[in-house]
Write a protein that binds this ligand. Structure first.
Ligand SMILES: [Fe+2]
Ligand SMILES: [Fe+2]
Length: 310
């Protein structure tokens, strides 16, 4: 009988935690698993394994807090990338495939840690059909400017800051103003617009705080790592863990906005501002998904990998 060993990470000395887990991982034969037990969400380890070993394993939560986390880690049966490759990893390698996920309404950024099988259920299509669509994406011509996975990470951090962060700063004022105006004009007939207004205010406030932390703390720390400087008092991995929590929260807010607006469905009497608000919110969602994808699936795992090497 094959038994799955449980590694209690809470009893391991901090500096030995990751090396010990990697030793266990490297000892796995194809198809074998081990379980890690921890007293907090070991999500950073997921990204570290992804960065250092590639998408050759399956990550399954068996228990998720509040005081105990159990995660089963299984080496793919072929020992190589196969169906267990996550949506986030597929999108990171090839943005043309991210476009397929986007088209099918599959969350590849905040909820990227899922298999193709799970994603096909989310999209309401068969796994075969999803694979077919992904295959077709291979025929789409791509440009070097979309090859984010091969960019240097300090350049990627600058790119995110100068495009996506700047976009949030510019559009947040416009969208917040519109949401307030539309709620005041149409809130009587469509009371959900008051909730949309409140949600938009909270989302924009949280995101502005979030990008400030990235621009002022995380991205400079990543650049220091690239330049061979390591701050003694800050761990990039710890900051990234907090950023992941923010991203999950943003994903939830965007999903709630879709629910509140019935997927941004406009009533027949919608005026220009009402229409413009929904168009801007859809554009904002689109930009935010790409932004979080670049961080969660490419920048963060590579930064953690670099930190553990230095
Ligand atoms: Fe960001
Ligand atoms: Fe972020």
């Amino acid at each position: 009988m094959i038994t799955t060993e449980t590694l209690d990470v809470t009893t391991i000395e901090p500096r030995l935690k990751h090396p010990t887990i990697f030793q266990h991982f490297d000892a796995l034969k194809p198809g074998e698993s081990f379980v890690i037990h921890n007293d907090h969400d070991p999500k950073p380890l997921y990204y570290q394994l992804l960065g250092e070993r590639g998408a050759i394993f399956k990550w399954e939560y068996m228990e998720q807090g509040p005081t105990s986390w159990l995660v089963k880690i299984t080496l793919n049966s072929s020992g190589a990338t196969d169906d267990a490759e996550t949506v986030g990893a597929i999108a990171a390698k090839d943005y043309r495939k991210a476009e397929v996920f986007k088209k099918l309404g599959i969350d590849f950024c905040c909820g990227g840690e899922k298999s193709l099988k799970e994603a096909s259920v989310e999209a309401g299509i068969s796994e075969e059909k999803l694979k077919e669509e992904l295959e077709q994406a291979n025929t789409v011509t791509t440009s070097a400017s979309q090859d984010y996975n091969n960019w240097k990470i300090d350049f990627l951090a600058d790119f995110i800051s100068n495009t996506h962060h700047q976009y949030i700063r510019e559009s947040s004022t416009v969208i917040t103003g519109l949401a307030s105006k539309v709620a005041q004009h149409h809130g009587a007939q469509h009371p959900e617009l008051w909730s949309v207004n409140k949600k938009v205010e909270a989302l924009m406030g949280d995101l502005l705080d979030h990008i400030s932390k990235e621009d002022q703390v995380l991205f400079p720390a990543i650049k220091d790592l690239v330049n061979g400087k390591k701050e003694q008092d800050s761990s990039v991995e710890t900051i990234i863990k907090a950023m992941h929590e923010d991203h999950d929260h943003t994903g939830e807010d965007l999903r709630e906005l879709r629910t509140l607006t019935d997927d941004y469905k406009l009533p027949p009497e919608a005026c220009n501002s009402y229409t413009y608000l929904f168009e801007k919110l859809k554009e904002f969602e689109n930009d935010t998904f790409k932004h979080i994808h670049l961080e969660n699936n490419i920048l963060f795992p590579k930064a953690i990998h670099l930190e553990t090497q230095s």
